[in-house]
Design a protein around this ligand. Sequence first.
Ligand code: NAP
Length: 273
Amino acid sequence: MKTIFGIIGNPVEHSLSPLMHNSAFRKLNMDCTYHAFRVDPQDVHGAVLGAKSLGFGGLNVTIPLKEKVLEIVDADPIAKEIGAVNTVDFKSGITGHNSDGIGAKRALEACGISITGKNILLIGAGGAARAIAFQFAHEGAALVLANRTASRAIKLAQDVRSVGDAIGTGLEDLPKLIDKAEILINSTSIGMHPDTNKTLVTADQMRPDLVVFDIVYNPVKTRLLREAKKAGALAIDGVNMLVHQGAESFRIWTGVEAPIDIMEDAVRCALKC
Ligand code: NAP
């Protein structure tokens, strides 16, 4: 009998996770299937407990349920720090994990970039930024968190300082902050469809030795990444993180290393790039 996996959230219809995981299951001849389930916050307890009772292999969790799921899972330390769960596993009780930060780390590593000891400018202070900030602080990066709402970046930096090096600020001094950074990460939604011509940083503010990582993946080639290429900087797109966070969920559920290339091809093909 097939083992069922899924993603819960709302909206969830456009998630690329079913495509990504089903292509991995097919490649590895695993008798498993992965589906998207629309679940509202008031139903999240029932959905997770129901999936456990029905013998599901595991769940991904997306907006707006990532924080609420914490109430019903036994969360691992980093998911607790981040305050959000994107992976639920049923092997031993109901455990909660967050693979976003590790996905971002592996996306950079796959492009030959180590984060340990690096000066990293992380723009944004939302859910994705929080996951990246905690993971990267654990890895020994020195973080500057810059956000439109400066108070959110300052609060996040204060939280992250319990595990590593972080300061928080607004966006006013971005040019100076970029000069001091080795890696610039956009974790805001700026540049995302439909406002694809927006960017917070332009080529004239970048250097060829800067690494520019945009976690936005719709579109894949964001304006920020086009600006980075113009400046001769290394440009890394958000598909890398999407695939690596998915691969980590896959590993947590199955104990098997995911076929990254197959997952990436499936996603890039769907996004037509
Ligand atoms: P979120 O929690 O809603 O956070 C949004 C962030 O964007 C906040 O820092 C917000 O600043 C900032 N922002 C929004 N509009 C802005 C504007 N006009 N000017 C300046 N800053 C603005 O969202 P999230 O879940 O962190 O996701 C952020 C992006 O990452 C989305 O595009 C999402 O698709 C992408 N993402 C990608 C992956 C991946 O695997 N590649 C994973 C997760 C998320 P304020 O605090 O000032 O509002």
